[in-house]
Design a protein around this ligand. Structure first.
Ligand SMILES: Cc1cc2nc3c(=O)[nH]c(=O)nc-3n(C[C@H](O)[C@H](O)[C@H](O)COP(=O)(O)O)c2cc1C
Length: 459
């Protein structure tokens, strides 16, 4: 049986699944309930200066009836009295010594403000402090949250103020609303951060009402940009984690990273561990389905680890990183083509339309007699469509560039697969080309000559 015990910068928890700082961790009642359900840790909803929240604060993204593919919020930090939060944190930590209790904080850019809040948090017996440099709405207009996270100098300075007084681990939670997450991470590390977490929410407007013309969520007819989270942000979070886990400065620091962003299932979590995360945090998944998802997270990950022969998370943490590359290091001679399983094909023509209209025109529709035909049904003598007579798509492999659009639009799992074929060309990367034949990478005539030499036919 796999051991899911997690140790994150010295803080242990029975499993690596923590609730992220957000509405699910707003009170002692909730965090107690979450721990009873089996969550390994919780990052308390951000504490800071007094705020007034507004009503109607969440919007969301629905696509094809799938609700909450992303949530959008214009919520601020905790609006509960500070002393109530501090008292409840102390109670929760006393009652749950084996769980990770981290407290998120955000204050004015002032060393005295950091010192005060850190002392108050430490007095609760909490295991660590997470500095919230991420909120992209409301608090950022007041010089906190993303306003700090987006300016590396501010990120470093605020972190220094916090780490210089803290005696428990300081985790810096990064904002994804930047062009280079590595610069933010390096600033946090220079400020003495013991760990990093990412991502906080992404600035967004999720919807415009076509009748009222107001944006969502609407607060008395007005709206504002809000923080975007949930399943739709997972690819961005995975990418940012991989950027840090392949950044020499971050790696050399040895600090652990708690990954956040779009995690709902154990498979989501496993992907983040494979890219190097040491713990994961979840907000929208819990908001959508409740604390009970912890059962599936724990059982699913543990079963998968048993199947793979991994005894602990450390056994597979970061295993996907060796495959993360720059574009310049990819083999330009690699060739894949699409193959369609005609037995599985439902003749929906999505692959054909996608290829014909927007890709490389290498799928033919072939009728039962093997003839290439136009989309449509066979007709009988009376002009009636013959049932099940739609032609099947067939890839002309010699023309297929292996873009994989057809495989991505196909609604039938496993119907279209990308198959590796021999291109007949010598392996070469763009970086090698640039080094060995610089003209090829700058001059169109040289590129054309190179293509005909190696046999790349672009038409
Ligand atoms: C409604 C809502 C409120 C949030 N409040 C906070 C907060 O107070 N402090 C914080 O650090 N992050 C806050 N977050 C961000 C989450 O902690 C998390 O970083 C983000 O939602 C991405 O994770 P997810 O995709 O699992 O939701 C909030 C997110 C949501 C959706």
């Amino acid at each position: 049986m796999a051991d899911l015990t997690s140790t994150f910068c010295g803080v242990t928890s029975p499993n690596p699944f923590w609730l992220a700082s957000a509405p699910p961790t707003n009170s002692g009642y909730q965090v107690n309930k979450a721990f009873e359900a089996g969550w390994g840790g919780a990052v308390w909803k951000t504490l800071g200066p007094p705020v007034l929240n507004i009503s109607n604060r969440y919007g969301s993204l629905t696509i094809d009836g799938k609700r909450m593919l992303a949530i959008n919020n214009v919520e601020l930090i905790s609006d509960r009295p500070l002393e109530v939060n501090l008292r409840e944190i102390a109670e929760v930590k006393r009652n749950w010594p084996d769980r990770a209790v981290i407290v998120s904080a955000m204050v004015d850019a002032d060393p005295r403000a950091w010192e005060t809040i850190i002392r108050q948090i430490e007095d609760t017996g909490a295991d660590g402090i997470e500095l919230n440099y991420g909120c992209p709405q409301g608090m950022s207009e007041r010089g906190m949250g993303a306003a700090v996270g987006q300016v590396p100098e501010m990120c470093q300075l605020n972190t220094e103020w916090a780490t210089s007084v803290a005696s428990i681990p300081v985790i810096v939670k990064l904002t994804p609303n930047v062009t280079d997450i590595k610069a933010s991470a390096r600033a946090a590390l220079a400020g003495g951060a013991d760990a990093l977490s990412l991502i906080n929410t992404i600035n967004s407007i999720t919807k415009v009402d076509l009748d009222t013309f107001s944006i969502s969520p609407t607060i008395g007819g007005r709206g504002t940009h809000g923080g975007y989270a949930g399943p739709a942000v997972k690819p961005i979070a995975l990418h940012m984690l991989s950027e840090l886990m392949t950044d020499p400065d971050t790696v050399a620091s040895g600090v652990p990273i708690s990954a956040i962003g779009g995690i709902v299932t154990w498979t989501d979590a496993a992907e983040f561990f494979l890219l190097g995360a040491s713990s994961v945090q979840i907000c929208t998944g819990a908001m959508h389905y409740g604390f009970r998802i912890i059962d599936d997270l724990v059982d699913g990950l543990s079963n998968w680890m048993d199947d793979k022969g991994f005894a602990t998370i450390e056994d597979f943490r970061g295993r996907a990183l060796s495959g993360v590359s720059t574009f310049g290091q990819l083999d330009l001679s690699y060739q894949a083509v699409a193959r369609i399983d005609t037995n599985a094909c439902i003749s929906c023509n999505l692959c054909y339309n996608a290829c014909e209209d927007t890709a490389h025109q290498c799928i033919d529709l072939v009728d039962t007699a093997g003839q290439v035909v136009q989309p449509g049904f066979d007709r009988n003598a009376n002009g009636k469509a013959v049932a099940d007579s739609r032609p099947k798509p067939v890839v002309r492999e010699s023309d297929c560039v292996g873009c994989a659009l057809c495989a991505n639009v196909c609604p039938v799992d496993g119907c279209i697969t990308m198959v590796t074929v021999d291109s007949g060309r010598q392996p070469v990367t763009w970086d090698q080309l640039q080094a060995e034949s610089p003209a090829v990478t700058t001059d169109w005539d040289a590129m054309s000559a190179y293509r005909s030499t190696v046999g790349i036919d672009i038409h």
